[in-house]
Design a protein around this ligand. Structure first.
Ligand code: AR6
Length: 166
């Protein structure tokens, strides 16, 4: 089941929220900054142990002061020219995050629109990649059973609404 929400991902009471992080995993702006702020300093302490994360991969931590139980940190690609494997790497972020949710038998997961802020990925292509990666996973596996797309801005909300036909 896929649902679209508008607003702040840090308020959601789900098994895992996904963070659009950078390769250091040591925090930043945008959704990453909001998640670290809401989770508290323990999140950064746990993130340090990974010594980073390559683009397209994902790591999992506890949620600390967040209502979400866990945070899945994934690193989206920086948009360059569209010919530098950006689409494949973005798809890989969704797949790796969903694989962790499957491994942990999560029921619910919430995604922000990875790479469409500071990393400049075109929103429409990003929404198509996100939706098709999630649908492909849901067709094959029972977990997670509930996937939320969380749009922070109006553009993303409208795009997801249109592409999800809701
Ligand atoms: N809840 C949900 N979505 C949000 C929130 C929020 N609280 N805040 C922003 N967004 P961005 P990126 C949306 O820039 O493009 C960071 O500094 C935002 O509107 O957060 O993957 C990291 O440390 C946009 O649609 O992530 C990296 O250095 C989407 O989240 C870099 O930015 C992603 O925007 C990653 O860039």
């Amino acid at each position: 089941m896929i649902e679209l929400l508008k607003g702040d991902i840090t308020t959601l009471e789900v098994d895992a929220i996904v963070n659009a992080a950078n390769t250091s995993l040591l925090g930043g702006g945008g959704v990453d900054g909001a998640i670290h702020k809401a989770a508290g300093p323990e999140l950064l302490m746990e993130c340090r142990q990974f010594k980073g994360c390559p683009t397209g991969m994902a790591k999992i931590t506890q949620g600390y002061r967040l209502p979400a139980k866990f945070v899945i940190h994934t690193v989206g690609p920086v948009w360059r020219d569209g010919k530098s494997q950006e689409p494949e790497l973005l798809e890989s972020c969704y797949k790796a995050s969903l694989q962790l949710a499957l491994d942990f038998k999560f029921q619910s997961i919430a995604f922000p629109s990875i790479s469409t802020g500071a990393y400049g990925f075109p929103k429409e292509i990003a929404a198509e990649i996100a939706i098709s990666a999630v649908k492909a996973h849901l067709d094959k596996y029972a977990n997670p059973s509930q996937v939320f797309f969380v749009a922070f801005d109006d553009d993303n909300y409208k795009l997801y609404k249109q592409k999800l036909h809701i």
